[in-house]
Design a protein around this ligand. Structure first.
Ligand code: SF4
Length: 377
């Protein structure tokens, strides 16, 4: 939903258009547990680098999923996209990487094309949503999604989700919704019921099943609402749902130094469709932790902690811990200068995008077939 629908919201996060600045408060308010608490249950070789870097910083009810991974038992991964654009935002890549990671560990992916939400949000016609969805699914295939272990569906065609959403709504009160989301219009709460129904779809289809939904920290209210509903006697008696598991990741900040990547601020955001010219402009103008002069940087070193170039390495473009530490170390010592580092990263991203575009083009016919076939059914 767009933030115009927000009437008044004093919560630490707005799940329908906000950003997060206070992660400790978010964890307290929404009962998010530190990811470190469960990492010991997962062999080191099976951990995602997001876990080691505190990008995937928290979880709720992840233990049954880890047990399924370790014992090679079934589990599901729930995810989706609002098909409001054909262009994947690099922030979407975080969730994609997490989904593909869990799929490679043995889970089946449920991928929701949230066309109802994109209609409610921006009045995007359903046929346009379908076209965007094909492009989005092609991106996912190019990134490594295995369609043989995935169920792709469109919200507006998935009647069991609609029915469950209705049942959920009839067990909600205004106070319950307000305490989780803050004050919003009824249509916004309605979108939340549908999202919870999406999250529970793998269990609607299979019965009680460990599930994980990887989400950004700003989506924490949906996780809390899911748990509140699942604990209700009616849903326990009727469906015997397990508490759905969630992992939470930190949101990547704007390239220009702003708090978040936002489409209305083009210099803050990267898409997977940047032209070479635009990519170069954005990277070379990105906010860094560099000093005012070369001499100062040589003397004091750079500040990778606040640097958006370093963020791009951490999130996407350097998965090797040793190599990342080398970049960080030479930055801090003043050996690496920002201009040189930006050029290095630019080369890496250009190479990634060229390879991705080739894989995406190859994947388009399959994406079209899968989306249309499964939507017509
Ligand atoms: S040297 Fe690299 S990591 Fe360090 S502040 Fe500059 S751009 Fe950022």
């Amino acid at each position: 939903m767009n933030s115009d629908d927000n009437i008044q919201n004093d919560s630490v996060v707005d799940a329908f258009g906000g950003s997060v600045t206070d992660y400790d408060r978010l964890m307290n308010e929404f009962g998010i547990r530190p990811i470190d608490e469960v990492l010991g249950l997962l062999p080191k070789s099976k951990r995602h680098y997001y876990m080691n870097r505190n990008i995937m910083f928290g979880h709720t009810s992840l233990e049954p999923v880890i047990e399924s991974i370790n014992k090679k038992k079934p589990f599901a991964i729930m995810t989706g996209i609002k098909p409001s654009s054909a262009e994947y935002h690099i922030g979407n890549l975080i969730t994609c990487n997490e989904v593909i990671y869990f799929q490679k560990l043995g889970g089946k992916v449920y991928f929701c094309i949230a066309d109802i939400e994109s209609y409610a949000d921006g009045r995007l016609p359903l046929d346009q949503a379908e076209q965007n969805a094909i492009e989005n699914v092609a991106d996912l295939i190019a990134l490594g999604l295995n369609l043989d272990k995935a169920y792709v569906y469109r919200q507006s065609h998935q009647m069991d989700v609609m029915r469950l959403g209705y049942l959920l709504s009839s067990h909600a009160t205004h106070n319950m919704m307000k305490s989780i989301y803050g004050e919003h219009r009824l249509g916004v709460y309605n979108a939340a019921f549908i999202q919870v129904a999406d999250i529970l779809l793998p269990q609607l289809h299979n019965g009680p099943l460990p599930t994980v939904t990887p989400i950004g920290a700003d989506q924490a209210p949906h996780a809390r609402l899911s748990h509140d509903f699942v604990r209700k006697k009616f849903f326990q008696d009727t469906y015997k749902f397990m508490l759905p598991g969630f992992t939470f990741h930190k949101l990547i900040q704007g390239l220009d130094g702003s708090d978040k990547m936002a489409k209305r601020n083009p210099m803050s955001v990267l898409t997977l469709f940047e032209s070479n010219k635009s990519l170069k402009k954005k990277i070379m103008n990105a906010f860094t932790g560099g000093r005012t002069t070369v001499e100062e940087q040589r003397e004091l070193g750079g500040q990778p902690k606040i640097c958006r170039i370093f963020d791009l390495y951490r999130y996407f473009f350097q998965s090797d811990e040793k190599k990342l530490k080398e970049i960080e170390g030479s930055c801090r010592k003043g050996e690496l200068l920002c201009g040189e580092d930006k050029k290095n990263l630019l080369g890496i991203i250009q190479e990634f995008m060229q390879a991705h575009e080739k894989k995406r083009q190859d994947a388009l016919p399959k994406a079209r077939e899968v989306v249309l076939e499964r939507l017509d059914g």
